[in-house]
Design a protein around this ligand. Structure first.
Ligand code: PXG
Length: 285
């Protein structure tokens, strides 16, 4: 089905939504993005996504040509124009059109793109029965090379790991950092539960600070769980009772097998179930 896409203040039918081949977003992956969700017409953690986008922009010295308030309005207008209440929103800011050559200062006019669409989640069966993941041999790009906190258009690191997942017959892969510690999955953060304590890697492990991750930490603490943001290794994962992933697209999804080994008893655990239930209450579709 066709819908309208926002590009630099104008709307185009999906088929006609095009940008220049000289945009450095395409030529060099020079740009940033956000993936957001709307539930019942309201963007989930809208302000937090704007703050992260603006921080990503600042980190790559990219000036977003509008204010956060204007951007939020553009997102809401695009949702409304397309008659969407429950949706996935892809917000992209590119460096803009330049010439051949890396120099970002040769680019004029950063490009702002807003795509709103129905969301294709993982199959429902994975939410009920849990998913299987594998550890990728591709390590997460170290912060000293390119901070994973920047949600940049350079996703090849993640895509290399996603290829490993798909080749192993899985939907997701776990990336370790250069120290061999657990970082995150290709498009999701990871949580591990042992003896009723919930663990998730700290931002310093070299991860994207997920908006869903942060809201699940908050939610779990409100429910009285002990949540610890500390470094974990695969040892901790292999001996854990439960595991789940978080992301704007995936929401909360249980993991029941890693590297061919069952986690706990290989079934979706009680803490994960409780959190999924409360997360659903929080988002109110
Ligand atoms: N880690 C990485 C590397 C991500 O890209 C997350 C964690 C979760 O963050 P949020 O803020 O969404 O809770 C992400 C974001 C997709 C898709 O199409 C998903 C993401 C990024 C790009 C595409 O499934 N997840």
């Amino acid at each position: 089905m066709s819908y309208q896409v926002y590009i630099n203040g104008e709307y185009f039918a999906k088929e006609d939504a095009k940008i220049s081949v000289f945009d450095h977003g395409l030529l060099y992956g020079d740009g940033i993005f956000e993936g957001m969700r709307a539930y019942s017409g309201k963007v989930f953690r809208h302000k937090e996504h704007m703050d992260r986008l603006w921080n990503s922009a600042r980190a790559i010295a990219l000036e977003i040509p509008m204010t956060k308030e204007e951007m939020m309005k553009a997102v809401n207008d695009t949702l409304e124009l397309n008659g969407l209440k429950d949706a996935y929103i892809r917000l992209v800011v590119t460096r803009g059109t330049g010439n051949l050559g890396l120099n970002p200062f040769n680019c004029s006019n950063p490009g702002v793109i807003i795509i709103t669409d129905k969301i294709a989640l993982y199959p429902q069966s994975l939410y009920e029965n849990g998913m299987e993941i594998v550890t990728a041999s591709t390590i997460r790009v170290p912060a000293a090379a390119l901070s994973p906190r920047i949600k940049s258009l350079n996703y090849l690191n993640n895509i290399m790991a996603k290829l490993e997942a798909k080749c192993a017959g899985c939907e997701e892969a776990l990336l370790l950092n250069s120290k061999g510690e657990i970082a995150e999955c290709t498009g999701d953060n990871i949580f591990i539960i042992k003896d009723n304590v919930i663990y998730t890697p700290p931002v310093d492990a070299g991860i994207l600070e997920g908006i869903t991750r942060n809201s699940v930490i908050e939610l779990a603490r409100e429910l009285g769980y002990d949540v610890q943001e500390i470094t974990r290794t695969r040892y901790d994962l292999y001996i854990s009772d439960e595991c789940f992933l978080t992301g704007s697209a995936a929401e909360l999804i249980p993991v029941v097998k890693v590297d061919g080994r069952p986690i706990g008893d290989g079934k979706v655990g009680p803490v994960t179930k409780t959190l999924i239930e409360h997360f659903r209450d929080m988002i109110v579709r």
